[in-house]
Design a protein around this ligand. Structure first.
Ligand code: ATP
Ligand code: MG
Length: 396
């Protein structure tokens, strides 16, 4: 029996004249993923991407799971393909569905005819297929209003498809359809979630991490790389730029008032991030800041850090509670890594009483006590880049 995977578009369907470029971006991402699971034919038609295995060696389970993590798709379903006759459809339903509905308690059957020449109406097809399920799947019941699984039959141009339910896709817009942004990635809970959220809106993500070696450890660095790797389950691959902050932090400690320390460090971070972003053609910065979460995330503090940057700063978590952020972190599997107890550069030399309502002039007066340009140049010169990827070899 021939089985295929169908992926339903999400928000792309609302696009007008430029819809085809979003479709092309989506299909490109799916093709890159599919190469990991075998030789597939991939094409789109009627707001659906079809993923057809070309041989029995294809790993359909793996492909289905991977498709659920491709942004731009809202639903992923497995379907058996058969001839467009009621006889073939019922035989396929009886042979294909029992295994796939194993353990399912309730279902409903639906049918859709894109091919209007088919002799039965949609309700008639649904009724017959529903009957076939009831007669072959032990213990299953019909529940029209709240079924565990909706079995669907589609009569399309190329054949009939018998679906065994739909899994939820990742949603959002196709990855790489919205330009490129630089994510300031710490080892915390928030920034990986922020990166995920912007990637979901189609923003291609590069990461920038600041470290304070040897005040921060090798394990702290590896933790950040692991977080980037977790994000790659959705993005495919990611570059991580690392900039050393050690000397900057020592200079701040030695020359500036302790209360301003965090904010001054953030000014360095944002300045270096913007420089890195421009170098790698990123049009925006992304941070995991949430209003009022810590001293450097008050309205006034964000105002000061924003004032040194001349590009958009996306803060997708700005209005979210920690609890909501944690829920997403768990769903995207970054939480357990984020809570590993390694220090971050922000926790090195932390002031006892950080300023929560900083005045810009006072901050800048403190900043004047160190060689801002010289330190930025030195830190930037120490930058290095690593890459994480789900692809075994360079695919693109
Ligand atoms: P997170 O949980 O994401 O680390 P946080 O609550 O610890 O955030 P801060 O330490 O104030 O808050 O950091 C705010 C944001 O600044 C982070 O979400 C991240 O985007 C960026 N940031 C902080 N530390 C680093 C770092 N070492 N490298 C890169 N970016 C960082
Ligand atoms: Mg942090």
């Amino acid at each position: 029996m021939k089985e295929i995977i169908l992926c339903k578009y999400g928000e792309i369907v609302l696009k007008g004249a430029n819809r085809s470029s979003f479709e092309a971006t989506l299909t490109r991402e799916l093709k890159a993923r599919a190469a990991l699971y075998g030789d597939f034919r991939i094409y789109s038609s009627q707001s659906t991407v079809y993923i057809e295995p070309k041989s029995d060696a294809c790993d359909l389970d793996g492909m289905e799971e991977a498709a659920c993590r491709v942004f731009g798709i809202v639903g992923v379903s497995r379907a058996a393909v058969c001839d467009k006759t009621m006889e073939a459809i019922l035989a396929t339903a009886k042979a294909y569905l029992p295994d796939r509905l194993y353990g399912v308690r309730t279902f409903k059957a639906e049918a859709k005819r894109s091919d209007k020449t088919f002799p039965l109406s949609s309700p008639q097809i649904a009724a017959e297929v529903g009957g076939a399920v009831l007669s072959t799947v032990a213990g299953i019941r019909v529940d029209i209003h709240n079924p565990d699984v909706t079995v669907r039959v589609e009569i399309r141009e190329g054949g009939a498809y018998v679906h065994a339910g739909q899994k939820r896709g990742a949603g959002g817009m196709p990855y790489k359809s919205a330009g490129r942004g630089l994510l300031l990635l710490s080892g915390g809970i928030d920034s990986p979630v922020a990166g995920h959220m912007m990637a979901k809106r189609g923003l291609q993500i590069e990461a920038l991490h600041f470290e304070s070696f040897p005040y921060t450890s090798e394990q702290a660095r590896e933790k950040v790389f692991s977080l980037a790797e977790k994000l790659c389950a959705y993005t495919g691959q990611m570059y991580i730029h690392v900039i050393p902050l050690t000397h900057i932090q020592e200079e701040l400690r030695d020359h500036c008032e302790e209360d301003y320390f965090t904010l001054l460090l953030r000014i360095f971070m944002m300045t270096l991030a913007e420089r890195c972003a421009r170098g790698y053609h990123c049009g925006a910065l992304v941070t995991g800041e949430s209003l009022g979460q810590v001293a450097s995330q008050t309205l006034e503090a964000i105002g000061v850090t924003d004032s040194v940057v001349n590009m958009p700063v996306f803060r997708p978590l700005i209005g979210m509670d920690k609890e909501e952020i944690v829920r997403i972190a768990r769903a995207i599997d970054t939480f357990e890594t984020s809570i590993l107890p390694y220090e971050d550069c922000c926790t090195v030399f932390t002031p006892r009483h950080p300023r929560t309502r900083p005045e810009r002039e006072k901050v800048m007066a403190q900043l004047a006590k160190v060689d801002f340009e010289g330190l930025c140049n030195e830190a930037f010169a120490g930058m290095y880049t690593v890459k994480r990827s789900i692809y075994p070899t360079e695919q693109k």
